[in-house]
Write a protein that binds this ligand. Structure first.
Ligand code: BMA
Length: 375
């Protein structure tokens, strides 16, 4: 296993400091919201927590499924990220929008997605699953601005329909299996960007209490009724003014594991560096107070039009802007749909050379740089 210098140093230091570490271990070991989480899921969470102080993992949505000018199949294991820098992302993003049909919202067959998630895990990588959910029981998209959240809760007129939808979600999640038939741990990130109003679960379309109840019912159902214990939950508001707004709809420390944040706007150019720093410092502080893990769960700029040095001069610069901001566990960029929509570099992209410098920085971690995450 090839490790970056930062990790190697951290290992030496942690050996030297082992005696001290043992003393503080009991207070610093993070606990998942699900007390019944599988051993691998617990190990992943512990390792995410530990790695967050050593490096920042890089993630890319749908990286194995397709990229600019190519499409994968069940047997392929390619990525635009690898084509550019020789390494895979450490974090593999997926989306289960349109669950219950053969292919997801962006045409990725769910059967292939299962295979890619299992292969990513077998290679030591980490998968995170978002959900651009249609309104349950309809084909109305995630972007339908209707007040339906209350109707999905227990006692609501769509509650049974919602349970049936969660049964489909659970069947998919239960089918993620490792080499010894163990459940593959995944970071589950539903109901994201809810501080905006573009999705039906957005702030304008439900009360804080309804939003929290949606999360609480959903996780309780997946854990208790469906017996799933391979989930690490990520809460990921879009841009927020301050801690109060961040926490206004927070479902609770007993539900959420990852203090996430989706933010494109503040990471567009160096001009908004102060806002980017403030946002990262806020989530890192909130995570540290709760002994949880902070992450920049979505960001990115178009690789066609962005400044060529965006990776180092904007993104990395923001992540390195203070001792606190460096403590996010990962950053994930959105999908490479094709020439029109792309957030990761691809061969020939104006950003490709700069991305190599981003990869070479000791702070960034790719699949090949990870220590074992599941033990
Ligand atoms: C959006 C865009 C859409 C896509 C959706 C779900 O941000 O990338 O093209 O369908 O995410 O992945």
């Amino acid at each position: 296993m090839k490790m970056k210098r930062a990790i190697a140093c951290a290992i030496v230091l942690s050996m030297v400091g082992a005696a001290f570490a043992a003393v503080s271990e009991s207070t610093s070991t993070p606990k998942l919201a699900d007390p019944q989480a599988t051993a691998q899921t617990q190990a992943l969470y512990r390792n995410l927590h530990k790695l967050a102080s050593e490096g920042v993992m890089f993630g890319h949505q749908d990286t194995l499924a397709y990229g600019v000018g190519w499409k994968g199949d069940a047997n392929s294991f390619g990525s635009d990220v690898r084509r550019v820098c020789g390494k895979f992302p450490a974090i593999f993003g997926w989306d289960i929008g349109h669950i219950g049909t053969p292919a997801n919202i962006d045409g990725v067959p769910f059967e292939n997605m299962k295979i890619w998630i299992a292969r990513g895990y077998a290679h030591g990588g980490i998968s995170t699953i978002s959900w651009h959910a249609r309104i349950p029981g309809t084909t109305e998209s995630a972007w339908t601005q209707k007040k339906v959240v209350a109707s999905l809760l227990p006692g609501g007129e769509r509650h049974e329909v919602y349970r049936a939808k969660l049964d489909e979600v659970a069947a998919f999640l239960a089918d993620l299996k490792g080499p010894d038939d163990e459940p593959v741990p995944v970071i589950f990130r539903p109901f994201h960007e809810h501080t905006g109003n573009w999705f039906w679960w957005g702030a304008a379309h439900c009360t804080p209490d309804e939003y929290k109840q949606l999360w609480r019912f959903t996780m309780d159902y997946l854990h208790q009724e469906k017996g799933l214990h391979n989930l690490i939950t990520a809460y990921s508001p879009d841009r927020f003014r301050d801690r109060d707004e961040y926490l206004e709809r927070y479902p609770g420390d007993d539900v959420i594991d990852i203090i996430g944040h989706d933010n494109y706007g503040d990471f567009r150019s160096p001009n908004t560096k102060d806002q980017a720093r403030k946002a990262l410092e806020t989530i890192v502080a909130l995570a540290q107070e709760r002994n949880k893990v902070a992450a920049l769960t979505e960001t990115g700029v178009s690789q066609n039009t962005s400044t060529a040095n965006w990776w180092t001069d904007v993104l990395l610069d923001a992540i390195k802007s203070s001792g606190e901001t460096r403590r996010i566990a990962w950053v994930l960029v959105w999908r490479n749909e094709g020439r029109r929509q792309n957030y990761a570099p691809f061969p020939g992209a104006p950003t490709a050379e700069n991305f190599k410098a981003f990869e070479a920085d000791p702070l960034t971690l790719f699949l090949e740089d990870l220590p074992p995450m599941y033990q």
